[in-house]
Design a protein around this ligand. Structure first.
Ligand SMILES: Nc1ncnc2c1ncn2[C@@H]1O[C@H](COP(=O)(O)OP(=O)(O)OP(=O)(O)O)[C@@H](O)[C@H]1O
Length: 613
C-alpha cells in the first residue's frame, strides 16, 4: 500500500485496490470489512452504534479505546462469539462474502487467557496441535517441519522441551513464552486472518514489543490480516501498528493509519504534548468527544476502502484433519496428561497398594468360623466401596478443568465433542481398570479367597466392571454439571443412595416400592451379587465351624458352608430376585449401564459446549 504526502502535510493512501487480483488469488489472503454494525442488549442499550471498518492483508490493526468503549464487543461480533443476549445488525464480509459463523474457517483467534494442557512440553503441545489442525494430507514429516517452522517464527526453539506448566500451580515456561506459544498454536494452520484479544496483557514492555513485532512480521511477510484489541500500549508498541481503530462510547472515534492519527487529532485542535505516550493521549482525549470522525475526510477515505472491500473475491476455507487424526491427537494428549499427573497415576496406584495391604491385613485369617464369614462379607463389599469413591472423586477432581479448552477448540472447529469425549474416556480406562486390579491382586490371598484361577478372574472382572460403571457416572456428572462444586454436591448423595441399596446395609427386599426401584440403578447391587456368587459358591467353604470370637462361643445363627451364606444373603434380599444364576447377567447389566451413562454424559457435554459459544 503506497502513501503520498498531501498538500496540507497529511499522509493519505493512494487509491489503489485493497487487494489486487493476483494477490487475492493467492488464497491465503483475506480482506475483512464490517459495515454499519449495531449491537444492542435486550434492555435496548446500544453497545456498538453503526460501526464500520476494514482490515486488509499485510496490516496489523489495533482496536483501542477506554475501558467499556466496545473493543471486546466488536471483536466478538466479528468472530460471532459470546453474543448471548445481544442482537447484532450490520454486514461483515470476508473477501466480499458474508461468512457468518464460518469466519472460524478462515481465521484464528488468540484469546486473552492462555489455556494449555500444562503437563505437556512446548514441542509436544505443538505436535499434537499439528495433528489436530493440519489437513490429513500432511505427512508426519511435514507436520514436524511445520512445527519447527512456527517454533522458529515465534522464537520458541530454546524452550521446546520445557513443560508448559500452569501459572501458580506447576512451574513452566514464562508468560511471554506462553503468549508466543498461543500464537504459534493458532498460526500452525496458516489462517489468513488472525484475531488477538489483548496480546500484550501481562507482559513486560520488552516482551510486549517482541510479540507485536512478531505480529508485524507475520503480516508483512505472509500477508496476514491481523486485528488485535490492545490496552495502553507503550509509544514504541503503538508505532508498530499499521492501522488503529479508536472506539469511544460504542462509536468509531478514529480509523486510519497509525501515523495519520496525529494529524487527525491536531485537525480537531488536540496537539499531542511532548513526552506523552500517544496511545494514552488519544484515549484520554477521545473520551470527551466521540462523533467527530464521522465528518472528517479520513472517514470518507475509509468508506471508499470499505466499498472496494465489498467486491467478491476468492476465499479458500481451512481444511481440517480427519476424525481419526484428531482422535489420535486427543488420545495422545490425554494419555500423556494422565501419565504425568501425579495425583491420577502415582497417588492412585499407591493408594490401591496401601488399601489392598490394609484390607488384607485387617481380615488376615482363614475363613473357618462365623467371624470369618462376617469379615469376608464386609471385605467383598469394601472392594466395591473402594473402587467407587476413589474413582469417582478422582475423575471429578480433574475432568471439569478440561471444559474451557474443550469449548475453545470446539468453537474453533478443531474437533467435534465426540472425538474429545471418546479420547478422554479411553485415556481414563486403563487407569481405572489397573488400580482396581491392584487392589484385588494384593488382597486376594490375604483374605483367603478361593484358590482358583476362574474364581480369581471372575472377582477381578466384577471389580473392574464396577469401576467402569463408576467412571461412567463420574464422567457423566462432570459433563452435565455446570461446575465442579455442583458435580461434587450431586455425587455425594447419589453414592450414598446407591451404596445403601447395594445389598449389605439395607434389607432392600423390605423397601417401599416407591423407593425400591433405586436399587436397580446401583452397581453395588449387581457387583455385590456377582462377588457373592463367585466367592461363596465354592467347596473351600464347606466346613465352617459355628464358633465366634476365636472359637470361644457358639454363634446364635450358624452357617455351615458357602451355600448357606449365599442363601442367608439372598433371603435378606429375597424379593430382589437375587439368584446364583445372575453372575453373567449382572456383568451385562453393568456394561449396558456404563454405555448408557456415557451416552447421557456425552449429550450433556455437547449441549453445554454449544451453549458456551
Ligand atoms: N452481553 C452484554 N450485555 C450487556 N452489556 C454488555 C454486554 N457485553 C458488554 N456489555 C457492555 O458493553 C460495554 C462495552 O463493553 P466491552 O467489553 O466491549 O468494552 P471494552 O472496550 O472491551 O472494555 P475493556 O477494555 O474494559 O475490556 C460495557 O459497558 C459493557 O458493560
Amino acid at each position: 500500500m503506497s502513501r503520498k504526502e498531501a498538500k496540507d502535510g497529511v499522509t493519505v493512501e493512494e487509491q489503489e485496490p485493497l487487494l489486487d487480483s493476483k494477490r487475492a488469488d493467492l488464497s491465503g489472503r483475506a480482506c475483512l470489512i464490517w459495515k454499519n454494525i449495531w449491537v444492542r442488549t435486550k434492555s435496548g442499550r446500544d453497545l456498538l452504534k453503526g460501526i464500520s471498518g476494514v482490515a486488509v492483508p499485510g496490516e496489523v490493526v489495533a482496536l483501542m479505546g477506554a475501558s467499556g468503549a466496545g473493543k471486546t464487543t466488536l471483536l466478538n461480533t466479528l468472530l460471532q462469539r459470546n453474543l448471548k443476549g445481544l442482537t447484532v445488525e450490520g454486514e461483515i464480509l470476508v473477501n466480499g462474502q458474508s461468512v457468518g459463523k464460518s469466519v472460524t474457517n478462515v481465521s484464528a483467534y488468540v484469546q486473552q487467557e492462555d489455556i494449555f494442557v500444562g503437563t505437556l512440553t512446548v514441542r509436544e503441545h505443538l505436535m499434537i496441535q499439528a495433528r489436530l489442525r493440519l489437513p490429513s494430507s500432511f505427512s508426519a514429516k511435514q507436520r514436524v517441519a511445520r512445527v519447527e517452522e512456527v517454533m522458529r517464527d515465534m522464537m520458541l526453539d530454546g524452550s521446546q522441551n520445557s513443560r508448559i506448566g500452569v501459572p501458580g500451580i506447576i512451574k513452566g515456561i514464562s508468560g511471554g513464552e506462553m503468549k508466543r506459544l498461543a500464537f504459534a498454536t493458532e498460526i500452525l494452520s496458516n489462517p489468513p486472518i488472525l484475531f488477538c484479544d489483548e496480546p500484550t496483557t501481562g507482559l513486560d514492555s520488552y516482551m510486549a514489543m517482541v510479540v507485536v513485532k512478531r505480529l508485524e512480521a507475520m503480516a508483512a511477510e505472509q500477508g496476514k490480516t491481523i486485528i488485535c484489541t490492545i490496552h495502553q500500549p507503550s509509544s514504541e508498541v503503538f508505532e508498530l501498528f499499521d492501522r488503529v481503530v479508536f472506539l469511544s462510547q460504542g462509536r468509531v472515534a478514529f480509523h486510519g493509519a497509525t501515523d495519520e492519527a496525529i494529524y487527525f487529532f491536531s485537525d480537531c485542535g488536540h496537539l499531542i504534548p511532548d513526552h506523552t505516550n500517544p496511545a494514552d493521549f488519544y484515549i484520554d482525549t477521545l473520551a470527551i468527544w466521540p462523533g467527530k470522525f464521522d465528518k472528517h475526510r479520513y472517514n470518507e477515505a475509509l468508506q471508499q476502502k470499505i466499498e472496494i472491500g465489498r467486491t467478491p473475491r476468492k476465499l479458500v476455507s481451512r481444511r481440517g484433519a480427519n476424525y481419526l487424526q484428531v482422535f489420535i491427537g486427543l488420545f495422545v494428549r490425554y494419555v500423556k496428561d494422565n501419565m504425568r499427573n501425579p495425583s491420577i497415576m502415582r497417588a492412585k496406584l499407591v493408594q490401591k497398594v496401601v488399601m489392598g495391604l490394609f484390607l488384607g491385613s485387617l481380615y488376615f485369617r482363614p475363613i473357618n468360623d462365623q467371624d470369618g464369614i462376617a469379615n469376608l462379607k464386609g471385605a467383598l463389599f469394601y472392594y466395591l466401596a473402594e473402587v467407587t469413591y476413589a474413582t469417582i472423586f478422582g475423575i471429578q477432581t480433574y475432568l471439569p478443568s478440561d471444559f474451557p479448552l474443550l469449548t475453545r477448540e470446539y468453537h474453533d472447529k478443531i474437533y467435534p465433542v465426540s472425538a474429545y469425549f471418546i479420547a478422554r474416556v479411553l485415556s481414563y480406562m486403563p487407569i481405572f481398570s489397573i488400580d482396581g486390579m491392584i487392589l484385588v491382586v494384593i488382597s486376594y490371598f490375604m483374605l483367603d479367597l478361593p484358590a482358583s484361577a476362574a474364581r480369581f478372574f471372575r472377582i477381578l472382572f466384577t471389580v473392574v466392571l464396577v469401576e467402569w460403571n463408576v467412571s461412567s457416572l463420574g464422567v457423566c456428572i462432570c459433563s452435565v454439571a455446570p461446575n465442579y462444586a455442583v458435580a461434587v454436591s450431586v455425587t455425594g448423595p447419589v453414592l450414598t443412595v446407591f451404596s445403601m441399596t447395594g445389598g449389605l446395609f439395607t434389607n432392600v427386599g423390605a423397601m417401599p416400592s416407591y423407593i425400591g426401584w433405586v436399587q436397580y440403578l446401583s452397581w453395588f447391587r449387581y457387583g455385590y451379587e456377582s462377588l457373592v456368587i463367585s466367592n461363596w459358591d465354592y467347596p473351600k467353604y464347606d466346613n465352617i465351624s459355628c464358633t465366634i470370637k476365636k472359637g470361644k462361643e457358639l454363634a446364635p445363627f450358624c452357617m455351615h458352608n458357602g451355600t448357606e451364606v449365599i442363601e442367608d444373603l439372598f433371603l435378606f434380599l429375597q424379593s430382589l430376585s437375587f439368584s446364583v444364576h445372575n453372575m453373567y447377567f449382572n456383568w451385562v447389566v453393568m456394561l449396558c449401564f456404563t454405555l448408557f451413562i456415557y451416552c447421557i454424559g456425552y449429550c450433556g457435554l455437547v449441549f453445554r459446549a454449544i451453549r458456551n459459544r
